[in-house]
Design a protein around this ligand. Sequence first.
Ligand code: PMP
Length: 433
Amino acid sequence: MYPDQNSRSAGLYKKACRVMPGGNTRSGVFHDPYPIYVANGSGARIVDVDGIEYLDFTNNGSALIHGHVHPAIVDAVTKQVQKGASFASSTEIEVQLAEFLSSRVPSIEHIRFTNSGTEAVMMAIKAARAYTGRPKIAKVEGAYHGSYDYAQISLDSSPENWGEDIPASVPASRGTPQGVLADVIILPFNDTEKARQILASCSSQLAGVLIDPVPNRAGLIPASHDYLSMLRDFTRQSGAVLILDEVITFRLGYGGVQGKCGITPDLTTLGKIIGGGFPVGAVGGNAAVMSVFDPSRGKPAVPHDGTFNANPVTMAAGLAAMELMTPEVYDRLDMLGERVRSDLNEAFALSGQLGQVTGVGSLFKIHMKKTQITDYRSAYPSQDQIRRFDNLYQYLLNHGVLIPSGPRVSSLSTVMTDQDLDHLQQTVLAGLR
Ligand code: PMP
C-alpha cells in the first residue's frame, strides 16, 4: 500500500534527494511523501518499480494519445534511430510533419518546431512583440502556458493576492522582474465585457493575447464563442496578434479547437500529441507573422535556434501518432470522454460526496465541489477540497488507477476500452464511499 517506506519507489526517492532538489526534476510529478517511480508501460497501463500496475489516466500530461508503446510509433522511431538520432541539418521528415499539420489547420501557413510547449509559447510571444513592436501580452487568470516568465504570470494566484475587480499580475516565480509583471495583463475568463474593457485600456501597447480555449486551471471548461470572438475582433482591430494555445486542446478535434469553433488565430502553439510521446512543441500561423523567424534574408527579427528542434526521432514519432488520428478516432475519443464525465458525475451522486467532473472530449478533471465552475476563482479548491482530493487520489493509486495528483488534467487514450472506463467508475465510486 502507498505510502510504504520499504518500497523501491521510496528507496529511489531517497537516492534522488541526494542529487536533485526535492529529488525532483519536474515539479508536477512530485507527490508527498514520495512519487511512484515507473518501470515501463504498455497500452493503457504502466507498471511501477515495485511491480504494481496502474490504468494510466495521466498519459504523460495528455501527450500520449495512443497510450504507451504503440506499435506504429515504436516502429517509426526504431527505423529513424537506426538512421541517426539527430543532425545539425534539416531532414525530410520535418517537412512531412510540417506539411501534415499545415494541411489539418488552415490558419497554420508556416510552422516551426521546438522541443516543448513552453518554448512554443515563448517563441509565439516573441513573434507577437517583434511583429507589432509592442511590449504587452494579455492572458487569462490562472491559465497554464508553460514556464516562460511572461506565460507564468498569475498562473497560481490565490484569494490573498488575485485582486478585487481587475485580476492582478501575480508572479509565479520569486524574483520575477517588475518589468515582466507590468507587461502581462490578466483577463478574467469568459467575462467578455470586463475582458474587453481591460484590453481597451492598454490596446496601443498590446502585442498579443494568449488564450487556451479550454484552460485546465480555469476549471477545464471551454471558452465561450462570445469570448473568443471578442478576442479575435479586438486583436484584429487593435493590430495585436491572437495566439491560440492548443498544446493540450489539439487532441480535441481533427483541426484542433479552432477547427470546431470557427475562430482563426494569427498564431497557434502546439505540443504534446504532435510528438508521439517525444519532446516537442511547435508555433505556426499566418505567414506574415511567422516571417519574423525567417533567416533567408539576413538576421531574422526573432532568432530561433535549438539543438534538437525538429529532431527526426520526434518528427517520425509525431507523424506516426498523428496519422492514426482520423475523424473516426476523434469521434470515438469524444464518446469515451462523454461517458467518463457522466460515469464519474454519477459516482459523486451515488456516493453523496460533493464533487463534479468537467472537461471536453478526451480531457476530464475532478473537482471536489458542487458549486458551479466558471473560471479560475470558482474552480479554486479550499483546503478541505484539496484534502478530499488527495484521499481520492491515494485510494485510486492503491487500487490500480493513476490520475494526476493536484491540478493537472486527466486524459483518455485511443487504446482505452469500455472495460477500462468501467474500472475507473467502480474504483472512483468505491473511493468516494
Ligand atoms: N501550454 C499549455 C496549455 C500546456 O498545458 C502546457 C503543458 N501542460 C504547455 C503550454 C507547456 O508545454 P510543455 O510542458 O511541453 O513545456
